[in-house]
Each structure stands twice: as C-alpha cells, then as structure tokens.
Design a protein around this ligand. Sequence first.
Ligand code: NAD
Length: 499
Amino acid sequence: MSQDAKVAVSDAVRTFVRREHGLFIDGASQPAHSPRRQDVFDPATGEILASVPDADAADVDRAVASARAAFDARVWRGLRPADRERILLRFADVLEAHAEELAQLETLNQGKSINISRAIEVGATVEYVRYMAGWATKITGETLDVSIPFPPGARYTAFTRKEPVGVVAGIVPWNFPLMIAVWKLVPALAAGCTIVLKPSPETPLTALRLAELAIEAGIPAGVVNVVTGGRECGAALASHPRVNKISFTGSTPTGKLVGAAAVQNMTRFSLELGGKNPAVMLADVDVDQAVQGALAGGFLNQGQVCAAVSRIYVHRSKYQQIAGALADVANAMTLGPGLDPSAQVNPLVSAHHRDKVEAHIARAKADGLRFLAGGTRVDEPGYYVRPTVIADVPHDAALIRDEVFGPVLALVPFDDPADALRLANDTPYGLAASLWTNDLRAVMNLVPEIDAGTVWVNCHVPLDPGMPFGGYKQSGIGREFGKHAIEGFTETKSVCIAH
Ligand code: NAD
C-alpha cells in the first residue's frame, strides 16, 4: 500500500469539509427542514469526513420554488445572451482559480486519484464550461417560408424561437460528482434555465462548493440551488410538478423510476444510464496500444465510469499476448489513497459499492472463471478492490451481463469478427464501444453495426464537450454535449405572422 508522498490537504478544504453544511437555496447555505443528516465518508480510510442534510420533500419544494422564482423574475434568462456567456466564462475562471481546492475536495470525498481530479474532474470541466458558455450566444431558431392557403391572398411568415425550458432538476451520480454536475448545470444556464442540483448522497461536497462559486462568478441568487439527500429527495425532485426538465445520470433501474415519475407531469427528461461496454480487438490490433487503451478505459477511476470498457473481445491470434500483458500490469499496480499521486489503484467510493463489486467477483469465482489478476480481498482500511482480469468468460456468465462498475475486465477470444460483433451487441446496454484495428475497411463496415452511442477506434473513453454523448437501448434517452445538450434545455416555439 503506497502512502509515500500524499498531497497535503489545504486549510480551505479542511475548513469547508468541517462546516455545518446546509442546503444551497436562494443563493446561500440554509438549514434544512429535514432533521435527518447523512454522513459523508473518506473512502481511503472509511472515516467520517463531513455531514450534510438528508433533504425531504419540503426541502425540495423550497429549492424548486427558489429556482422557479428566479426563472419567473427573469434574473438570468432576461440577461442578454452575451452577458450570460460572459458570466459563464467568468465562472470557468473562478473554477480554475479554485482548481486545486476542488480537486482535493473531490479526491477526499470520492476517492479517485488526485491526478484524475486535477485533469478530468476539474481540468476537463473548466474546458466544458468555456465550451458551453459560447452556446449562450449561438442558440438560433429557423425562418420558414410557409404555404398556408387561406384566406386567399394572405401572406404568412413563420419562425421558431428556442426558449429555455424552465426549472431543471439535475440528478447526479457519485462517480464524477463535480464534472457530471457541471454537464447539467452549464448547458442549462447557457440556455437560460435555472436549476436544482441533487448530488449523490455519497459525494455531495463539490456540488455545494460549486453553488458558492457560481455566486462568486456573478450568477444571480436562485439560479443555482443544491439539495443533498438520497432516494426520497431524488424522487421528490423527479416528481415535482414545477420542474420542467429532469436531466438524470445514474443507473438504469433508477433512470426508469425517474422517467416514470416525469411522465406523470409531462416533465421533459433525459437519461444517461449504465453501460456494459465492449472493446473488439481485431487480428491486426496494435498490441501495446490496445493494452494501454484497455487499462485506461477499464481502470480509470477504478472502473467506476459509465463508459468504461468491461468486456474485451480479442482475436484468438492476439489473445494470449494481450491477456498476459493486461494481467502483468494489473498484478503490478500499486494501491493507495487518491491523495498519493503515485498510487495507481485508489479506493472505490463506498463500503456499500465495494461490497457490490466483491459480490460480482465472488459470483465469477463461483462460476469457475479463470482469474489472471485480482480476486483477493484487500485487508486495509479503505474501500479497495484489486484490478481484476478474468479470462475466457462464457457469454452466459453474469460477468458478461451485469454492470459491475468496478475494476474488472472480462476477456473473450473470438475467431470471426462477425461473432465478436454479435456478442458485443448482445446486451441491453448501448452506451459506448471501441474497435481496435488499423484496417479502414473493417472500421467503416463495423462502426455502423455497433449498437452504441459512442464508438471509439483505437482508444476508449476520451470525451469532448462538442461530441454528443449518450446511450442506445437501456443506456439512456437523449444526448449530452454539443448542441444536443443545449437542445435538451430548450422548448421550440413556432411563431406565425400574417402580413
Ligand atoms: P443511482 O441510480 O443509484 O443514483 C443516481 C442518482 O439518483 C443519485 O443522486 C441518487 O440519490 C438519485 N436517486 C436515487 N433514487 C432516486 C429516485 N427514485 N428518483 C430520483 N433520483 C433518485 O446511480 P449511482 O450508483 O449514483 O451511479 C452509478 C450509475 O450511474 C452506474 O449505473 C453508471 O453507469 C451510471 N452512470 C452513467 C453515466 C452516463 O453518462 N451514462 C455517467 C455516470 C454514471
């Protein structure tokens, strides 16, 4: 267990963590109506880090009322688009100025490596804010030369306006708490909406800090609200009649509940859900590139990534080589807390989730599967699971079917790419996939046949703010990123003028 050069947590972070946290409503931290509180843990030690309110329906009602009032008063949507853009760009600057603080806070709370917090959770997020800020001035409708035939001789011109959908509920999981909160917050704000964010009960701290920094950047009070809580809080938000749009990221079962609740009020919704993402490595695969890509795509954030590669189909001619290389690296990876930048494997987010991942591993053992790496418990404080590589996994194994959301790779050999494609697609999920080959014809033939919202070629997991992201099948409804994100936070109004 590496503990060498742990990053020293700053005073600002320590002070924030120890605060008596409330809910962020109307531009300030406020005591909750609910008397219940939830402990927040440090995954590296299992010790209590902080405590936040476990908000109830009355708290959700207050937060929605705050967002509604800000929307109706036009304090945000009434600004010139260029002013919204400018303020969102300032928000990016403020986040950047607090980058190290936010990165430390996230690593303390979520467990991930400080390197990943710095580069992705904060670094990529700041870029995403800047990209989305630019959309505030680029939201356009269409003009339509319509052909309405009556009364005879009448002339009409029609146009469409894109208007903010209203109050948004942004419901966020625990794997990238800051980044995914911002994926919802910033396009919603660029479109002119107001928002109530609900972070996961495991990881509420960066969302609370994000709301404070929004005020510091000049986003008016009431535009950004945060309620902390679990299922009751999430369900109250998803079923709230004064919410106009739910942007949800989480598991497929919870996403189905959210969709069902939304439909009762005709609330618009988009769902970013789970994945069981395949990589298909053809006979000409570049072995080094593929091994590096599988490690990055499978073990990033300990595999707690919706788009993580979890099933790897390898042409039999390269199977032993790739399986051996993956096992060698996985067996040599060093475990340690996220605050130690040299640690390659960090704790999972919670004891509960560690137990779930271990149950998947136990099931794989009971199924008699062949472990090349991992599979033994880590007897240390903290919620560690060793990187695990399992070979020759049959298609009917639970490991092929179920989302593990942990550092577990299932390897499967194939002879015919058509078989690999069939196996890769044979899942209820369809979030992402990757193809590993330099055969251009194979790429162009196979990409259209893969049931996934994103197909990477010779890489797995890179995202870009402009590249649509979302799932086929039970991996979701709708797309985030790019213009799709903005469209999800607007209504289209047709205007028809007789002249
Ligand atoms: P989860 O579904 O348990 O929880 C997600 C959020 O929903 C949390 O904030 C939770 O408190 C809230 N919630 C719980 N019950 C609710 C209800 N009835 N109504 C409304 N909200 C409710 O998911 P998780 O365990 O936090 O996150 C892991 C899952 O998220 C994985 O399945 C992963 O694949 C998925 N995920 C998907 C993406 C994506 O973009 N597709 C990204 C990250 C994570």
